[in-house]
Design a protein around this ligand. Structure first.
Ligand SMILES: Cc1cc2nc3c(=O)[nH]c(=O)nc-3n(C[C@H](O)[C@H](O)[C@H](O)COP(=O)(O)OP(=O)(O)OC[C@H]3O[C@@H](n4cnc5c(N)ncnc54)[C@H](O)[C@@H]3O)c2cc1C
Length: 511
C-alpha cells in the first residue's frame, strides 16, 4: 500500500471518529483521521477557558449518559463517570415564600415533602414515580439495541408492549405530559429533556426524540459527571488510537472527496491528497454533502447558548437550600411548562424570549480534579449554564450584541433566586473582567463546525427503521463505501461513541 493510501479515512477527529478508528485499528485496518482543528475532540473537550486560572472546563458537552459501558469495556478505556446524588433542583415561589423542588436520584430525603409543598398534595410525586418507571421500560428495551443493526419499529414496539410506547414514540410528548402531570413547574422539568439543543414546541415530534435520547443511556438514563472533564475521554481514545497505529493529522480540513476506480481521493486544505477504500464522515452530514458537491440536507438549527463560569464561591439561595445540593444536579430556572412554550413561540417569531429557560450544574462539586490544587484550596467552583430557545437566527445580525443581551437577561433571571448576586461570586481575571464566557450557536459553528450550532449535527432520529426497509446500521449514505460515523447518524447525537462503533462495524462487515 502506498504511503498516502489507507483502507479507511475518517473526516473529523471528534470522539466518534476516534471510537471508529479504535475499533477499526483493533481489527487491523489501516486508518487515517483528518481533523480540521488544531486538536482532536470536537465538541468533547476540556480547555483552560480563563487564562489567569488553571481550571480545565468541559467547554461544550459536559455530562455523560449515552456512552455504552460496552464501548468503555471493549476498548479498555480508563474513563470514569461519577453518579450524582441529586438529579435536579428548581427554585420557585409559593405566594411570597421562596421554595424549591429538590429531586434526589433515588427520590429519597426531602423530595416527597418538596413535591407536596409545591403542588399541595402527593399526586404529582406519585405521577412522577409512575411515569419514570414506565419510561424505564422503554430504556431497558432500546439501550441494548444501540450497538446492533437497527431493529424495526414493530420489533421494538412488541418488546416494549406497554402504553408508554404510544406516549413517547407515537404521539406528541406535550400531550403525554399534560395527561400525566398537572403542575406547571413539574411539567416543565419533564419537558426540558425534550428541548436540549432542539428548537421545538412540546407538541412537535422532535421533542419526543430528544426526550427519548435523554432517558435511555445504558438502560437507566442517568447523566453522570465525566471524571477529569470531557477531555479525559478524548485523551483516553487518542492514546489508544495512536497505540493501535492510527495516523492522526490535525489542521487538515477536508475540502473534497472524489470517487475513482473503486477508491476515494480525499483532498485537504493543508496536507495534501490521500486515497482510501472507505470514508467515514465524523463531520456533520451537511459538511459531508458540501465536500461531495451535493446540496445540504435540511435540519433544525442550533438553539442554545452555553455559558461557562469560574466562581470564587457558590452563591447562597433565597430558598435556604444548601448550594452544595442545589448546584450538584441540574439547577433549572424559568423552565415551567408555560414558560418553555412561550419562549419557543417568541424565539420562533425572531425575538429573544422575555424569560430565557435555562439549566446549570456545578462540575467541581462532584470532581475537583479539573482545578489546580491552589484553586481547590481556595474553594473555587465551576458552573456551566445551558440556555434554551435561543436559535442561531437570533444572532445573525449581531452575534456579540445578542450574546451580551442574553447574558444580561440570564444573570438577572438567575439573581432572582439568589441571596448573593452571581456577579459577586464570579472569579475576576487580572484585567478586572469577570470569568464568564458565552458561546452562541454561531460560535459553535465557527469553533467546532457544528452547522448553525446544532449540537447533534442534524435532527435526531428515532432508534429504529421502518418495517420493510433494508437492514441497516443507521450509518449508510448513497455511496456504498462512505458512512456517517458522527452525531448525524441514526442513533448519533450526544457523547456516546455509538455511531463511531456502528460505522466501524459497517466497514468491517464489508472488508
Ligand atoms: C454546548 C454543547 C453542550 C453539549 N452538551 C452535551 C452533554 O452534556 N452531553 C452529551 O452527551 N452531549 C452534549 N452535547 C452534544 C455532543 O457534544 C455532540 O453531539 C458530540 O460531541 C458529537 O460528537 P462527534 O464526534 O460526532 O462530532 P464532533 O464532536 O462535532 O466532532 C466532529 C469533528 O469533525 C471535525 N470536522 C468538521 N468538518 C471537518 C472537515 N471538513 N475536515 C476535517 N475535520 C472536520 C470538527 O473539527 C470536529 O473535531 C453538547 C454539545 C454542545 C455544542
Amino acid at each position: 500500500m502506498q504511503q498516502n493510501s489507507h483502507q479507511v479515512i475518517i473526516v473529523g477527529g471528534g470522539h466518534n471518529g476516534l471510537v471508529a478508528a479504535c475499533y477499526l485499528a483493533k481489527a487491523g485496518v489501516k486508518t487515517l483521521i483528518l481533523e480540521a482543528g488544531s486538536k482532536v475532540g470536537g465538541a468533547t473537550v476540556s480547555q483552560k477557558v480563563f487564562k489567569d486560572y488553571d481550571a480545565r472546563l468541559s467547554r461544550y458537552s459536559y455530562l455523560v449518559s449515552l456512552l455504552p459501558d460496552q464501548i468503555v469495556r471493549e476498548l479498555g478505556l480508563k474513563f470514569e463517570t461519577i453518579k450524582r446524588d441529586v438529579a435536579s433542583f428548581t427554585p420557585s415561589k409559593l405566594a411570597d415564600k421562596e421554595i424549591g423542588l429538590l429531586i434526589t436520584t433515588g427520590l429519597v430525603g426531602q423530595t416527597q415533602a418538596d413535591f407536596e409543598e409545591l403542588t399541595g398534595s402527593n399526586d404529582e410525586f406519585m405521577a412522577w414515580q409512575e411515569f419514570y418507571k414506565d419510561v424505564q421500560k422503554l430504556a431497558e428495551v432500546i439501550a441494548p439495541t444501540m450497538l446492533e443493526k437497527l431493529p424495526t419499529r414493530s420489533e421494538l414496539r412488541e418488546k416494549v408492549n406497554h402504553k408508554i410506547w404510544d406516549e413517547i414514540m407515537e404521539q406528541p410528548i406535550g400531550r403525554s405530559i399534560e395527561a400525566r402531570f398537572k403542575n406547571d413547574l413539574v411539567r416543565g422539568i419533564v419537558l426540558t429533556d425534550g428541548l436540549i439543543g432542539t428548537h421545538t414546541d412540546a407538541h412537535d415530534m422532535p421533542a419526543n426524540i430528544c426526550f427519548l435520547y435523554h432517558l435511555i443511556g445504558n438502560g437507566e438514563g442517568d447523566w453522570k459527571v465525566p471524571k477529569g472533564g470531557m477531555g479525559a475521554l478524548v485523551k483516553e481514545l487518542t492514546d489508544l488510537a495512536i497505540s493501535l497505529g492510527v495516523e492522526i493529522k490535525t489542521e487538515s480540513r477536508v475540502l473534497n472527496i472524489v470517487e475513482s476506480n473503486n477508491s476515494y481521493s480525499v483532498t485537504t486544505n493543508s496536507s495534501g491528497t490521500y486515497n482510501s477504500e472507505f470514508v467515514l464522515a465524523n463531520c456533520a452530514p451537511q459538511v459531508l454533502a458540501k465536500i461531495l458537491g451535493h446540496s445540504e440536507p435540511k435540519s433544525l438549527e442550533g438553539s442554545q447558548v452555553k455559558i461557562n463560569m469560574l466562581l470564587k464561591k457558590l452563591p447562597r439561595l433565597k430558598s435556604g437550600q444548601d448550594p452544595r445540593d442545589a448546584f450538584a444536579g441540574t439547577f433549572h430556572f424559568d423552565e415551567n411548562y408555560s414558560q418553555l412554550q412561550l419562549a419557543f413561540k417568541q424565539s420562533a417569531d425572531g425575538k429573544i424570549p422575555d424569560q430565557i429557560p435555562a439549566e446549570m450544574y456545578c462540575h467541581t462539586l462532584s470532581d475537583t480534579s479539573i482545578l489546580s490544587e491552589e484553586l481547590v484550596v481556595k474553594g473555587f467552583q465551576t458552573l456551566t449554564l445551558f440556555g434554551l430557545h435561543t436559535p442561531a437566527a437570533l444572532f445573525d445580525k449581531d452575534n456579540e450584541g445578542t450574546k451580551q443581551e442574553i447574558k444580561r437577561r440570564l444573570l438577572a433571571q438567575l439573581n432572582q433566586y439568589l441571596l448573593d448576586p452571581i456577579e459577586e461570586c464570579l472569579a475576576v481575571a487580572e484585567d478586572g473582567s469577570l470569568c464568564i464566557e458565552v458561546k452562541s450557536p454561531l460560535d459553535l459553528q465557527r469553533d467546532v463546525d457544528l452547522p448553525r450550532g446544532n449540537i447533534f449535527h442534524k435532527d435526531l432520529s428515532m432508534p429504529f427503521r421502518e418495517d420493510g426497509t433494508k437492514p441497516s446500521w443507521g450509518v449508510e449514505t448513497e455511496y456504498e463505501k462512505i458512512f456517517i460515523c458522527g452525531a448525524g447518524a441514526i442513533r448519533g447525537g450526544g457523547v456516546s461513541g455509538i455511531p463511531g462503533h456502528n460505522a466501524a462495524m459497517a466497514v468491517l462487515e464489508r472488508l
